[in-house]
Write a protein that binds this ligand. Structure first.
Ligand code: NAD
Length: 349
C-alpha cells in the first residue's frame, strides 16, 4: 500500500510515518511544506528506507499537489497538514484559514481529479482519511458526558473553526462527489518531537532552564491526553478498517487539568535532574486567553469497539516516557529553531 501523508514532518505525522514504515510495511509519500512546526529530525529513523519519499510542497499549491499524485500514484491519503497552534491562530488567523481550509479544499480537488484516472477497483479501495481534532466540538461543561461522533460542532478559536470547516468540506466531497472519505477527531496528543510551543514540551523546555512555568488562568482547563504512538496506531486502524464516510473519535480517556499535567512533569523531572526545592515552585498563573475552552473530552468507544484498537500507554506511563525523552534529547529541544520559538503560555489546545 502507498500512502500520501500530508504534514508528515509534524509531530503526529512523523510518528505516523515512523509507524507506517517500521511496523506496517507501507510505502509513504510525505508531502510537507516544512513550516516552523516541522521537525525533519523526527524522520531520521526512516529516511533511508526505500519505502519513504519526501516532497516539499504546500498543500495550497494545486499544480504541485497534482504533480505529486501523478508521479507517486497513492492508494490513500492521510491528511494531517495544518496550522495547529491555537495561540498563533488567535494572533494571526489567516495562515490557519489558508492551510486548514483552502489547503484541504485543494487536496480534496486533487484527489477527486486523480480518482477519475483509477479503475473502479482501485477507486473503491482508495481512502481519503482526514485527521481532525476534538476542539471542533467546543467547550464541554464539567459534568457533561464526553463528546461522541454525533456531538454538534461549536468551535471557539480560529484554529478550531478552520478545522471544523475542513471536516465539513471533507464530508461534502464524500457526499457530493463520492470521494471515499473517512474522518477522525482526536484529543490532545503528547510524546516525543512535539514542537516546544505546546504545553508539555514547553514546560520541560522552561523547567530545564529554571524559567517560570506559565499556566493560563488557574490551570484548571481539562484536556483528554493520548500518547502520539497510540494515535498513530489508531489512525492506521481507521485507514484500513474504518467504514466509508464514518467518523471515529480517538482519545486516551485520561482527563487531566493543565495544572495536573504540569505538576506531573515537575515530579517526573525531579529524579532525573534534581533541582533544589523541586520544579513545582516555578509554576506561575498568567492571564487567560480569550475564548479559552474549559474542557474537552471524547468517547473513543466506537474506535475501541469496532476497530480492535487498543492503547499501550496509560497517562502515567506515557508522561514518564515523554519527559525522559525530552531530557535525553535536549539537543533537539533547545535546537536550532529555539531562537525563533515563541515561548507563550504553553497552549494545550
Ligand atoms: P504540527 O503543527 O506539529 O505539524 C503540522 C505539519 O504540517 C508540519 O510539518 C508543517 O510543516 C505542515 N504544514 C503546515 N502547513 C502546511 C501546508 N500549507 N502545506 C504542507 N504542509 C504544511 O501538527 P500536529 O500536532 O502534528 O497535528 C497534525 C494534525 O492533527 C493537524 O491536522 C491537527 O489539527 C490534528 N490534531 C492534532 C492534535 C494535537 O494534539 N497535536 C490533536 C488532534 C488533532
Amino acid at each position: 500500500m502507498k500512502v500520501l501523508v500530508s504534514g508528515g514532518a509534524g509531530f503526529i505525522g512523523s510518528a505516523l510515518i515512523r509507524f507506517l514504515i517500521q511496523e506496517a510495511d507501507v510505502s509513504v509519500i510525505n508531502l510537507d511544506k516544512l513550516t516552523y512546526a516541522a521537525s525533519p529530525e523526527a524522520l531520521d529513523a526512516v529516511r533511508a528506507s526505500t519505502r519513504y519519499h519526501f516532497e516539499q510542497v504546500d498543500i495550497c499549491d494545486r499544480e504541485a499537489v497534482t504533480s505529486v499524485f501523478e508521479r507517486h500514484r497513492p492508494d490513500a491519503v492521510m491528511h494531517l497538514a495544518a496550522e495547529s497552534h491555537v495561540d498563533r491562530s488567535i494572533d494571526g488567523p489567516e495562515a490557519c484559514l489558508q492551510t486548514n481550509v483552502v489547503g484541504t479544499f485543494v487536496l480534496l480537488e486533487a484527489t477527486r481529479e486523480y480518482l477519475k484516472q483509477l479503475s473502479t477497483e482501485s477507486r473503491d479501495a482508495f481512502r481519503f482519511h482526514h485527521i481532525s481534532t476534538d476542539e471542533v466540538f467546543g467547550d464541554l461543561s464539567p459534568d457533561a458526558p464526553p463528546f461522541n461522533e454525533v456531538s454538534p460542532y461549536s468551535p471557539s478559536s480560529p484554529y478550531a473553526a478552520t478545522k471544523a470547516a475542513s471536516d465539513h468540506l471533507v464530508r461534502a466531497w464524500g457526499r457530493t462527489y463520492g470521494v471515499p472519505v473517512v474522518l477522525s477527531n482526536c484529543s490532545n496528543n503528547y510524546g516525543p518531537f512535539q514542537y516546544p510551543e505546546k504545553l508539555i514540551p514547553l514546560t520541560v523546555f522552561n523547567a530545564l532552564r529554571g524559567q517560570p512555568l506559565p499556566l493560563y488562568g488557574q490551570g484548571d482547563q481539562i484536556r483528554d491526553w493520548l500518547h502520539v504512538d497510540d494515535h498513530a496506531r489508531a489512525l492506521f486502524r481507521i485507514l484500513c478498517g474504518g467504514e466509508l464516510g464514518e467518523t471515529y473519535l480517538v482519545g486516551g480517556e485520561s482527563e487531566r487539568t493543565n495544572l495536573e499535567v504540569v505538576e506531573a512533569i515537575c515530579d517526573q523531572l525531579q529524579p532525573l535532574i534534581p533541582r533544589p526545592g523541586g520544579y513545582r515552585p516555578l509554576i506561575r498563573f498568567v492571564d487567560d486567553r480569550p475564548g479559552h475552552d474549559r474542557r474537552y473530552a471524547v468517547s473513543p468507544s466506537k474506535a475501541l469497539r469496532t476497530l480492535g484498537w487498543t492503547r499501550h500507554y496509560s497517562f502515567e506511563a506515557g508522561i514518564q516516557q515523554t519527559v525522559s525523552w525530552y531530557v535525553d534529547h535536549q539537543d533537539w529541544l533547545f535546537g536550532s529553531g529555539a531562537d525563533g520559538r515563541r515561548l507563550g503560555s504553553g497552549s494545550a489546545g
